[in-house]
Design a protein around this ligand. Sequence first.
Ligand SMILES: Nc1nc2c([nH]c(=O)n2[C@@H]2O[C@H](COP(=O)(O)OP(=O)(O)OP(=O)(O)O)[C@@H](O)[C@H]2O)c(=O)[nH]1
Length: 148
Amino acid sequence: MPFQSVRFAERIFPFTTTMAIEVVCAFIFKDDHIWMGRRPDHKHMGGKWEFPGGKIDDGEDAETALKRELIEELGIEISIREVVAEVTHEYPNKIIHLRAFRVSSKEDPKLIEHTEGQWIPINTSDYLDWASADIDLWQTFHRARRAQ
Ligand SMILES: Nc1nc2c([nH]c(=O)n2[C@@H]2O[C@H](COP(=O)(O)OP(=O)(O)OP(=O)(O)O)[C@@H](O)[C@H]2O)c(=O)[nH]1
C-alpha cells in the first residue's frame, strides 16, 4: 500500500488498521548522556519519557520530519547522522515503526512541548516510566553497540 494510503487508513480506522505508523526520533548525545523528554499528559503515552521526534507527515522524508519535529518540540536546529536503532512495536491500539537517528546540535534543548527533560547516562538500564517502545529501542541500540 502506498505510504499516503497508509496514513489515510490510519485516519479513517485509527483503532483497526494494522499498518505501522512511521515515527522518527533523535538520540542527542552530550558527554556520555542522551536527552529524553516527558510526553505531555494529554497525548498517547502521556507522562512517559521518550526520545524527541514524531510522526512522518504525508510527503515528508524521515530527515525532514525529524528536523521539523526538533524545531517544534525543542527549538533546536540539528544535523542528522546515521540511524542507530529501529523497532516495530505493538501498543494495544496502534503499531509504530520507530527509527532513531544520532543527531547533533549546537544548541541546548528547550522545553516547548515536553513537561520535563533530562540527560540520562548512556549506559542506563533504569527504564522507569519510559514509553515501552523506547525500552525496546534502547535495548536494540545497546545490543548493536555490544556487537560492534
Ligand atoms: N516522538 C516519539 N514518539 C514515540 C516515542 N516512543 C513511542 O512509543 N512514541 C509513539 O509514537 C507516536 C508518535 O509520536 P508523537 O505523538 O510524538 O507524534 P506527533 O508529534 O507527530 O503527534 P501529533 O501530530 O499527534 O501531535 C505516539 O503514539 C507516541 O506515543 C518516542 O521516543 N518519540
